[in-house]
Design a protein around this ligand. Structure first.
Ligand code: HEM
Length: 137
Protein backbone atom coordinates (compact mmCIF):
# COMPACT_ATOMS: atom_id res chain seq x y z
CA UNK A 1 0.00 0.00 0.00
CA UNK A 2 2.71 2.42 1.07
CA UNK A 3 4.96 1.46 -1.89
CA UNK A 4 2.06 1.82 -4.32
CA UNK A 5 1.30 5.32 -3.03
CA UNK A 6 4.97 6.26 -3.16
CA UNK A 7 5.13 5.06 -6.77
CA UNK A 8 1.97 6.99 -7.61
CA UNK A 9 3.41 10.13 -5.98
CA UNK A 10 6.71 9.66 -7.81
CA UNK A 11 5.08 8.94 -11.20
CA UNK A 12 2.36 11.61 -11.10
CA UNK A 13 5.08 14.25 -11.28
CA UNK A 14 5.39 13.53 -15.01
CA UNK A 15 1.71 14.36 -15.59
CA UNK A 16 2.15 17.62 -13.64
CA UNK A 17 5.34 18.55 -15.49
CA UNK A 18 3.92 17.76 -18.93
CA UNK A 19 0.77 19.82 -18.23
CA UNK A 20 2.87 22.73 -16.93
CA UNK A 21 5.14 22.68 -19.97
CA UNK A 22 2.22 22.40 -22.43
CA UNK A 23 0.46 25.31 -20.66
CA UNK A 24 3.58 27.51 -20.64
CA UNK A 25 4.34 26.91 -24.34
CA UNK A 26 0.70 27.13 -25.49
CA UNK A 27 0.04 30.36 -23.57
CA UNK A 28 3.31 31.95 -24.68
CA UNK A 29 2.45 31.21 -28.33
CA UNK A 30 -1.06 32.61 -27.76
CA UNK A 31 0.29 35.72 -26.06
CA UNK A 32 3.00 36.56 -28.59
CA UNK A 33 0.94 35.49 -31.60
CA UNK A 34 -2.26 37.31 -30.50
CA UNK A 35 -4.10 33.99 -30.49
CA UNK A 36 -7.75 33.37 -29.70
CA UNK A 37 -8.54 31.89 -26.27
CA UNK A 38 -10.17 28.48 -26.88
CA UNK A 39 -12.04 25.83 -24.90
CA UNK A 40 -8.80 23.83 -24.81
CA UNK A 41 -7.03 26.77 -23.16
CA UNK A 42 -9.73 26.98 -20.47
CA UNK A 43 -9.52 23.22 -19.92
CA UNK A 44 -5.74 23.43 -19.55
CA UNK A 45 -6.22 26.18 -16.96
CA UNK A 46 -8.56 23.86 -15.03
CA UNK A 47 -6.71 20.56 -15.35
CA UNK A 48 -3.22 21.80 -14.49
CA UNK A 49 -4.14 23.04 -10.96
CA UNK A 50 -6.13 19.82 -10.39
CA UNK A 51 -3.07 17.73 -11.32
CA UNK A 52 -1.04 19.67 -8.73
CA UNK A 53 -3.79 19.11 -6.11
CA UNK A 54 -3.73 15.33 -6.75
CA UNK A 55 0.07 15.29 -6.42
CA UNK A 56 -0.16 17.25 -3.19
CA UNK A 57 -2.74 14.86 -1.76
CA UNK A 58 -0.69 11.77 -2.70
CA UNK A 59 2.36 13.41 -1.11
CA UNK A 60 0.44 14.18 2.07
CA UNK A 61 -0.65 10.54 2.44
CA UNK A 62 2.90 9.25 1.79
CA UNK A 63 4.21 11.78 4.29
CA UNK A 64 1.70 10.83 6.98
CA UNK A 65 2.46 7.13 6.42
CA UNK A 66 6.15 7.55 6.94
CA UNK A 67 7.69 9.22 9.92
CA UNK A 68 11.03 9.77 8.35
CA UNK A 69 12.96 9.93 5.12
CA UNK A 70 16.44 10.85 3.89
CA UNK A 71 18.17 8.86 6.62
CA UNK A 72 16.25 10.62 9.33
CA UNK A 73 17.06 14.15 8.18
CA UNK A 74 14.16 15.97 9.87
CA UNK A 75 14.98 19.35 8.37
CA UNK A 76 14.60 18.19 4.79
CA UNK A 77 11.47 16.27 5.69
CA UNK A 78 9.71 19.65 6.01
CA UNK A 79 11.22 21.55 3.09
CA UNK A 80 9.59 19.47 0.35
CA UNK A 81 6.03 19.55 1.79
CA UNK A 82 6.28 23.30 2.53
CA UNK A 83 7.56 24.15 -0.97
CA UNK A 84 4.83 22.02 -2.57
CA UNK A 85 2.09 23.52 -0.39
CA UNK A 86 3.29 26.92 -1.58
CA UNK A 87 3.05 25.61 -5.16
CA UNK A 88 -0.60 24.63 -4.59
CA UNK A 89 -1.44 28.09 -3.19
CA UNK A 90 0.40 29.84 -6.05
CA UNK A 91 -1.20 27.74 -8.81
CA UNK A 92 -4.73 28.38 -7.50
CA UNK A 93 -4.28 32.13 -6.98
CA UNK A 94 -2.67 32.59 -10.39
CA UNK A 95 -5.03 30.34 -12.36
CA UNK A 96 -7.95 32.36 -10.91
CA UNK A 97 -6.29 35.48 -12.34
CA UNK A 98 -6.29 33.83 -15.77
CA UNK A 99 -10.06 33.29 -15.47
CA UNK A 100 -10.56 36.91 -14.41
CA UNK A 101 -8.53 38.47 -17.26
CA UNK A 102 -11.00 39.90 -19.76
CA UNK A 103 -9.03 39.87 -23.00
CA UNK A 104 -7.58 36.87 -24.83
CA UNK A 105 -4.12 38.42 -24.74
CA UNK A 106 -4.48 39.11 -21.01
CA UNK A 107 -5.50 35.49 -20.38
CA UNK A 108 -2.54 34.09 -22.32
CA UNK A 109 -0.15 36.45 -20.57
CA UNK A 110 -1.53 35.67 -17.10
CA UNK A 111 -1.49 31.93 -17.93
CA UNK A 112 2.10 32.00 -19.13
CA UNK A 113 3.31 33.67 -15.92
CA UNK A 114 1.04 31.54 -13.71
CA UNK A 115 2.48 28.25 -14.89
CA UNK A 116 6.06 29.44 -15.23
CA UNK A 117 6.03 30.64 -11.61
CA UNK A 118 4.37 27.38 -10.50
CA UNK A 119 7.03 25.38 -12.36
CA UNK A 120 9.81 27.31 -10.61
CA UNK A 121 8.25 26.68 -7.16
CA UNK A 122 7.74 22.98 -7.95
CA UNK A 123 11.30 22.70 -9.30
CA UNK A 124 12.57 24.13 -6.00
CA UNK A 125 10.40 21.62 -4.08
CA UNK A 126 11.79 18.78 -6.22
CA UNK A 127 15.35 20.02 -5.84
CA UNK A 128 15.23 19.55 -2.08
CA UNK A 129 14.18 15.94 -2.52
CA UNK A 130 16.00 14.87 -5.68
CA UNK A 131 19.15 16.87 -4.98
CA UNK A 132 19.38 18.08 -8.58
CA UNK A 133 17.60 20.41 -11.00
CA UNK A 134 16.87 17.46 -13.29
CA UNK A 135 13.11 17.26 -12.72
CA UNK A 136 12.93 13.98 -14.61
CA UNK A 137 15.70 12.33 -12.55
C1 HEM B 1 2.65 19.19 -5.41
C2 HEM B 1 3.74 18.82 -5.85
C3 HEM B 1 4.64 17.66 -5.44
C4 HEM B 1 5.50 17.09 -6.32
C5 HEM B 1 5.68 17.46 -7.80
C6 HEM B 1 6.23 16.06 -5.60
C7 HEM B 1 7.18 15.24 -6.16
C8 HEM B 1 7.93 14.30 -5.49
C9 HEM B 1 8.95 13.48 -6.07
C10 HEM B 1 9.39 13.52 -7.53
C11 HEM B 1 9.45 12.68 -5.10
C12 HEM B 1 10.57 11.68 -5.23
C13 HEM B 1 10.02 10.31 -5.37
C14 HEM B 1 11.10 9.32 -5.72
O1 HEM B 1 12.10 9.24 -4.99
O2 HEM B 1 10.93 8.64 -6.71
C15 HEM B 1 8.73 13.00 -3.89
C16 HEM B 1 8.94 12.37 -2.70
C17 HEM B 1 8.21 12.62 -1.55
N1 HEM B 1 7.19 13.52 -1.41
FE1 HEM B 1 6.52 14.78 -2.84
N2 HEM B 1 5.79 16.03 -4.29
C18 HEM B 1 4.82 16.99 -4.13
C19 HEM B 1 4.14 17.27 -2.96
C20 HEM B 1 4.34 16.65 -1.75
C21 HEM B 1 3.66 16.97 -0.51
C22 HEM B 1 2.65 18.09 -0.33
C23 HEM B 1 4.12 16.10 0.44
C24 HEM B 1 3.79 15.98 1.91
C25 HEM B 1 2.89 16.64 2.59
C26 HEM B 1 5.08 15.24 -0.19
C27 HEM B 1 5.74 14.21 0.43
C28 HEM B 1 6.74 13.45 -0.11
C29 HEM B 1 7.48 12.44 0.60
C30 HEM B 1 7.29 12.03 2.06
C31 HEM B 1 8.42 11.93 -0.30
C32 HEM B 1 9.55 10.95 0.01
C33 HEM B 1 9.24 9.57 -0.18
C34 HEM B 1 10.52 8.75 0.06
O3 HEM B 1 11.40 8.81 -0.77
O4 HEM B 1 10.54 8.10 1.08
N3 HEM B 1 5.19 15.60 -1.52
N4 HEM B 1 7.80 13.99 -4.15
Amino acid sequence: MYNGLLMAHSGWRYIVLVLLIVAIVKYLIGWLGNGKWSGFDSMLNRLTPISVDIQWLLGLVVWVMQSWWNNGDRGRAWEHPIAMTLAVVVVHILSARVKKANTDKGKFQAGFWAYLITLVVIAAGLFVILGSWNLFA
